[in-house]
Write a protein that binds this ligand. Sequence first.
Ligand code: NAD
Length: 365
Amino acid sequence: MTYKVTLIRGDGIGPELADATRRVLDATGVAFEWDVQQAGADQIEKTGTPLPQQVLDSIRSNKVAIKGPITTPVGTGFRSVNVGLRKELNLYACLRPCKTYKGVQSRYENVDVVVVRENTEDLYSGIEFARGAENTQQMIRQIEQLEGSRVPPSSALAIKFISPEASERIVRFAFEYARSHGRRKVSAVHKANIMKHADGLFLEVARSVATEYPDIEFNDVIVDNMMMQLVQKPELYDVLVCPNLYGDIVSDLCAGLVGGLGIAPGANYGEDTALFEPIHGSAPKYTGQNRANPMAMMFSGVLMLRHLGETEAADRLDRALSETIAEGKNVTYDLLPVSERHRALGTSEVADKLIERLQGSPVAL
Ligand code: NAD
């Protein structure tokens, strides 16, 4: 069977990583037809938007996509293409597994945490009001009338919303994931002590859904406490389910616990569509240097193979990556101690070595 998959190479280090990942995925022996699509800043001149309709149509039709990172201007400019893709395609669940690999420089051992992040709501709704704008002034007056709170008129506003429907969907996703992957515990992350209505609703729904999964342990942890707990005793945690903003922050922290962004994969799931991408961004300072670690995108490819039901190929690629990391040769600079970085391989050479390993490894029957 040939899988038609949308491939978005991205920008910054994205194209180098995407090309390396594509070669390695092809070397697993699984047949892919790559539907290569472009998104990001350089599309604005050509199509008037950083996220052309054609890209969305391709993913909607293929139902599976893998992408490199895409740069988002900070403060001004166009809205994040990454957030746009998740919203347009209703990819409501973001899954970020963070596990320690033998051979990776890390302060911790035996971390194995999966962050499940809600992708469509919260402060990432994109509903913002600019400082001084007329609609902002109206909004501020409304808030004062309706709620009685005084908001400084010079303020900019960002809207956070949490619905019971989206909360239930993501918490259920976390429990179903836990059940189908032999996980023992789900922890809901929130700030319901301060945001009693928004985060309070998320927590109320999480507690209610948890009663339907008596085989899985459940607890809830306030987000600031969770950050400290993860740094002090990450082994206590298993699956973390978070609203959008906390999920974003917690997953970078967890990536840090296991040795950095270079090996941390991600997946975004909707009802019938999935998009796989590394957690890290486009690291513009390394663009075109053949230096960045392609493994986070390759591990995202492992998640994609599992999603496609290609379990044996997924296991083989996972093993090839893990063994390469454990041996500590044939890796990029970020997986080596500073004193040994002179022997780091480039992005493309790491892919070459992985392909050799994959082609030399016996295929399990
Ligand atoms: P970043 O993840 O791009 O880079 C932070 C640092 O992490 C880099 O300077 C580098 O030292 C290291 N790093 C990241 N990926 C690496 C890799 N594969 N190999 C080795 N080292 C790696 O974060 P940033 O600098 O905050 O963001 C840069 C741009 O990426 C921004 O425009 C941001 O909006 C965007 N971004 C995109 C995505 C996405 O496409 N899903 C995700 C996060 C950030």
